[in-house]
Design a protein around this ligand. Structure first.
Ligand code: NDP
Length: 502
């Protein structure tokens, strides 16, 4: 039986909406239902959009100074900050992260990102409320031009299950700091912390309708994306869903930020200290059981160090503790659902059929049959053309490919439709920077991976997305740039006619 029951959060109130059905989130570690949610309808979504619209068109939020918005949102963070252990348990029971990951990264990291985004937003000159005034228009002696930044309106935010709170913060915080109002639709696999966020908004006395949260599946997501009353959609999820969203959002040409899938490479050059590269690449590939969007899933290793790297990597991966999510000794928890496990196991079988060799064979661990566990699989001998080297598996499956030199490493790294992230493992600064400069990915780490910050823009090249989150460009995505040209010169008409008259 679920132990928590949530409602929808619309116009500042918790409501049951019009839905006749509820659904449950399932703890991936045990298969037990943990919380129950309203299976929102299109009518519920429309009510939430209408509430956000009213809060934007007639409420105080858009016209408040950014510092006041930041201060009010800071109260939400204080409330959440007082509940970190409880929220961490809620998070890992929904999405199968480990207690270590949830308590050290997923919840504190979400709050840290929100604070960092607020810090940036209040420092940007373009949010100060003072328009930038420029001189006369070039070629004309009259008038002056002011540039101001205004919120867009209603923002629809759609988040995935793998980092529910942190990815909600990446969207809700900049959108609200910029003066917009928001309708958030979390993934139905892990919606609890989005509802806890709503609870903190209600406690913090944020004006009604500024944040609305509607639970439900793809139908609710499609209604949000299609609505003509929504001005922007910010989406994180799979590439196929992103393509569908781009089509649906075209009706009113709403702004779109898309953070999508990846097939990120780790490039291991031949001058590395192998032991520390193995350690780092284990983290790159298997963090969150390979279910972080930036995780490397292709490891491209220089032929000179390939065999030693493979041997040490497989031995190290084999030692990782796959176990219960509430145990601090666990390194890898389950994958998010039975369907995800089936998909991952299908790819492991496919890799073998394609001719790759599993030096670590994966499989289900014994004694954990109720949860959706899969042990890490490490393939060698995969070629760049194989489907396991090209498609996003989103699980603990790593392909190690042998490459002759840096040029081949770069060529294989770029031979993909994706371009989200990459890492280069190398001790020579100049060589590492040269290789990093030639890899087509939104983020390239050198001797690190999966490290993100509120100060730096994050996003994908190619089919890994469009637009950026975080950093200055991520924040500006939530603002319209507006130009007002002012001319009070009485004699201007005479001058203008001189330009057009024969
Ligand atoms: P999905 O694309 O399946 O779902 C993401 C969100 O979109 C969920 O809230 C989902 O709802 C919703 N959704 C599903 N169908 C539609 C639709 N037709 N219209 C509108 N919304 C819809 O992704 P996952 O949740 O499975 O997340 C994993 C994917 O996310 C991976 O591909 C991963 O790479 C990517 N990702 C990308 C990141 C990045 O920053 N680039 C970061 C994290 C993940 P519901 O779940 O209720 O069906």
């Amino acid at each position: 039986m679920p132990t928590r029951d949530y409602q929808l959060f619309v116009g500042g109130e918790f409501v049951d909406g019009t839905a006749s059905r509820r659904f449950a989130s399932v703890n991936p570690a045990t298969g037990a239902e943990v919380a129950s949610f309203v299976d929102g309808t299109v009518a519920d979504l429309e009510a939430a959009v209408a509430a956000a619209r009213r809060a934007f068109d007639a409420g105080p939020w858009p016209s408040m100074p950014v510092a006041e918005r930041a201060q009010r949102l800071g109260r939400v963070l204080e409330i959440l900050g007082g509940r970190v252990p409880e929220l961490s348990a809620i998070e890992y029971q929904d999405n199968g992260a480990t207690i270590r990951q949830a308590t050290s990264f997923m919840v504190p990291g979400a709050l840290g990102f929100a604070m960092g985004i607020a810090d940036l937003a209040t420092k940007f000159s373009f949010t100060s409320g003072q328009p930038v005034t420029t001189g006369p228009v070039p070629g004309g002696p009259f008038g002056s031009t002011t540039i101001s930044y205004e919120p867009l309106g209603v923002v629809g935010a759609i988040t995935p299950w793998n980092g529910p709170l942190i990815l909600a913060m990446w969207k809700v915080w900049p959108a609200l700091l910029a003066g917009n109002t928001v309708v958030l639709k979390p993934s139905e696999l892990a919606p609890s912390t989005a509802m806890e966020l709503a609870r903190a908004f209600a406690e913090a006395d944020i004006p009604p309708g500024v944040l609305n949260v509607v639970t439900g599946g793809g139908t609710v997501g499609e209604a949000l994306v299609s609505s003509d009353h929504v001005d922007m959609v910010t989406f994180t999820g799979g590439t196929a869903t992103g393509q569908r969203i781009a089509q649906l959002a075209s009706g009113n040409l709403k702004r779109l930020t898309l953070e999508l899938g990846g097939k990120s490479p780790a490039l291991v050059l031949d001058d590395v200290d192998i032991e520390s590269a193995v350690d780092g690449v284990i983290w790159s590939t298997l963090f969150l059981s390979g279910q972080m969007c930036t995780c490397a899933s292709r490891v491209l290793v220089n032929a000179r160090v390939h065999d030693e790297f493979v041997e040490r990597f497989a031995a190290r991966a084999d030692k990782l503790v796959v176990g219960p999510t509430d145990d601090f000794a666990t390194d890898l928890g389950p994958v998010v659902s039975a369907a995800a496990r089936d998909r991952i196991e299908g790819y492991v079988q496919l890799g073998t059929e394609e001719g790759a060799v599993a030096v670590l064979p994966g499989g289900r661990p014994s004694g954990l049959e109720n949860g959706f566990y899969v042990k890490p699989t490490v393939f060698v001998g995969a070629t760049p053309r194989m489907r396991i080297s090209r498609e996003e598996i989103f699980g603990p499956v790593v392909s190690i490919l042998k490459v002759a030199d840096d040029a081949e490493a770069v060529q294989v790294a770029n031979d993909t439709q994706f371009g989200l992230a990459a890492s280069v493992w190398c001790n020579d600064r100049r060589r590492a920077l040269d290789v990093a400069g030639r890899v087509r990915a939104g983020t390239v780490w050198i001797n690190d991976h999966n490290m993100l910050s509120p100060q730096t823009p994050f996003g994908g090249m190619k089919m890994s997305g469009s637009g950026r989150e975080n950093g200055e460009s991520g924040f500006k995505a939530y603002l319209e740039e507006k130009v007002v040209y002012l001319d009070l010169t009485p004699s201007k008409n005479e001058h203008l006619w001189a330009l057009v008259a024969p």
